[in-house]
Design a protein around this ligand. Sequence first.
Ligand SMILES: Nc1nc2c(ncn2[C@@H]2O[C@H](COP(=O)(O)OP(=O)(O)OP(=O)(O)O)[C@@H](O)[C@H]2O)c(=O)[nH]1
Ligand SMILES: [Mg+2]
Ligand SMILES: [Zn+2]
Length: 346
Amino acid sequence: MSSLNLVKRQSCVYKVRVLREEKNSYQVKIENEEVRAVLSGKIRHEAVVPSALPVVGDYVLCSYDPHNCLARIEEVFPRTSHLTRKAAGDAYSEQILASNLQVVFYLTSLNMDLNLRRLERSIVMIKDGQITPVIVLTKADLVQPETIEDAVKRIAAVAPEIEVHVISAHQAETMAKLKKYFLPDSTVAFLGSSGVGKSTLTNFLLGQEVQETQGISEERDKGRHTTTSRSLFFLENGCAIIDTPGIREIQLWESDSAGIDDLFSDIKELQGHCQFSNCTHQNTPGCQVQMALDDGRLDEARFKSFLKLEREQAYIQKKVSMTGRRQEKRLWRKRKRRPDTDISSG
Ligand SMILES: Nc1nc2c(ncn2[C@@H]2O[C@H](COP(=O)(O)OP(=O)(O)OP(=O)(O)O)[C@@H](O)[C@H]2O)c(=O)[nH]1
Ligand SMILES: [Mg+2]
Ligand SMILES: [Zn+2]
């Protein structure tokens, strides 16, 4: 039995993790059975902001009635980290994709065009969530060694401090190299476009076909997402892994941590050395950024990407309503004060 699961608190009350979100309910694991869980009236009442609702990876307190196999979520415990983007559409609200994570693997397939801008965006989102990003290049069997070398070099130029691994589903030893990240008690997630091999890797690690993978005949149909919801699975050692549906669009949400500053630290450094503190970095005398762009030390596309992400996040920061922010803070303060259960004594 996983140490993270099934902490019996009193009769029929359990501290468990959310395995899956469904339409109007959740899946949790109680007494080694996956059961459906619905929200208690209190949680529904508290849900004035989207982040109040449980997400995959959350620790929740459930009351459980074995007679009708139905659990009720009574509490959501404060999150140690969360992967968050702006919800799709126009609304200025956030969508938490998963929580309580230590590592997120960003997968990109070597047989498709490497999209560095999308990679930067994803890395910023992961870092903003105070989670360690790791880059995984998949399907090494489908390309020549030069393609791999080129991809690794291009990634090193935009994300020099992030670990990069090259894997192939047809070479088990390449996937086994990732095992150092799957520590007992840690939680990791796989993120990336549809078809890059997230579910294939999930199945490999679990040693069974828990997730459907894209059929060969459908592989060319890029619009199709095989995985349609986020799901958490436990490895034998207790590590939790979360498989996610292919992500089409990532728009940044506001964050207290400095994902952008971190990933683009060289640009921040240059900006700090411009002659004028209010330099706009556009034909201003003594501008270090302009000099670096002119002599090729700084890539123009990367600089544009940095500006775009910065603008996007600043805009969101302005748009998020103060009322919403206050309500959210108040709720999580309240949830923090509630008595905690011993998480490790499962
Ligand atoms: N040749 C080769 N094919 C792979 C590899 N990894 C995955 N595939 C194939 O790529 C296709 C897509 O893999 P999935 O694991 O379904 O991709 P996914 O990222 O889960 O896709 P979504 O669920 O749609 O987000 C499947 O046909 C896999 O068999 C690999 O390393 N080499
Ligand atoms: Mg999948
Ligand atoms: Zn400047």
